[in-house]
Design a protein around this ligand. Sequence first.
Ligand SMILES: [Zn+2]
Length: 404
Amino acid sequence: MAVWDDLVGQDRVIEQLAAAARDADALVTAEAAPGGPGPGGASKMTHAWLFTGPPGSGRATAARAFAAALQCVSPDRASGGPGCGFCDGCHTALVGTHADVEVVRTDVLSIGVKETRDLVRRAQLSPAGGRWQVIVLEDADRLTEGAGNVLLKAVEEPAPRTVWLLCAPSLEDVLPTIRSRCRSLTLRTPPVGAVADILVRRDGIEPELADRAARATQGHIGRARRLATDERARARRAAVLKMPLRVADMGGALKAAQELIDAASEDAKQVAEEVDTKETEELRAALGAAAGTGGRLPRGTAGAMKELQDRQKRRATRTQRDSLDLALTDLTGFYRDVLAIQLGSRVELANTDARADLERIAAGSRPEATLRRIEAIVACRQALDRNVAPLLAVEAMAVALRAG
Ligand SMILES: [Zn+2]
């Protein structure tokens, strides 16, 4: 069925979701029938699902596809299975305008108690369309412990037609009490060929570029698409891959570190420019800032404005961190290729476009040194996770990447 088309290389997961959507549909139909539902068999449908899988495997895509299938109203759904992709239910769920599908995506580092409480309250409402009230929580790993406990109560005792779809990188990222109450689905990293294929088929990207982007991002669909369609992303990646050649001396290492940080700040600034101003204006209007009085805010609304500013600041931090993370991923991929060349391994290289540089670094050092460099990148990641100042962490890494 069409709603599953964007899920790349996940046949087993699709099978389970399709079966659950079918049972869910039968349940709704039976309840609507005179006399109510008969004695049903074991249903494959349940109220709480947990989608895990490595970044880029399509967790959120899978959750949204399932949400759409649950809302499918195609007259053919009994024969072909729900999830046609074209009926009003499927279509609005997929584009994000369905009244009974709420997708929660956060651009800050954590989801707090207050937001979660609001969400739980909305989740208890009966579905306007009479089918399911679906909440997709794309970053369930970002719930604070308090927020997790709020959610736990809702997942334990869901309203009869409420469905929670939680997404997280791995099971360990979710509170044990919550994950034990969810049915868990694990997505795998899609094969490079399948990613290239969907870039060609869906995004109309030229096959050679699609193949290169899929290989460079090692099965991360979103990043592959970005790389194939965004010139700036390609330039950024090319710059990161030049870093190993520039860190030979201390001066070069420190300069490269500074540039990496600057690029990440630039990304954060760009996102802020695109979103912050508009958001602030909208909030001002909503709070009733009087036109013609210099836009002064009415009494007692400063708190809301402050809250927005805090949120924007947290978003900037996260954008910067994501951008750095991406650079570190590319850098790890580079040294992994170097190692493959040094060991004469026959795995396909991720960075075929940087082959000359890979060969040069591989010839000029030993595998042990390459391993040590990969460890330095891992250490940098861990330092960033512990909130070490980004410049310090990246400088330490750049220095450790030097020859030797
Ligand atoms: Zn449909």
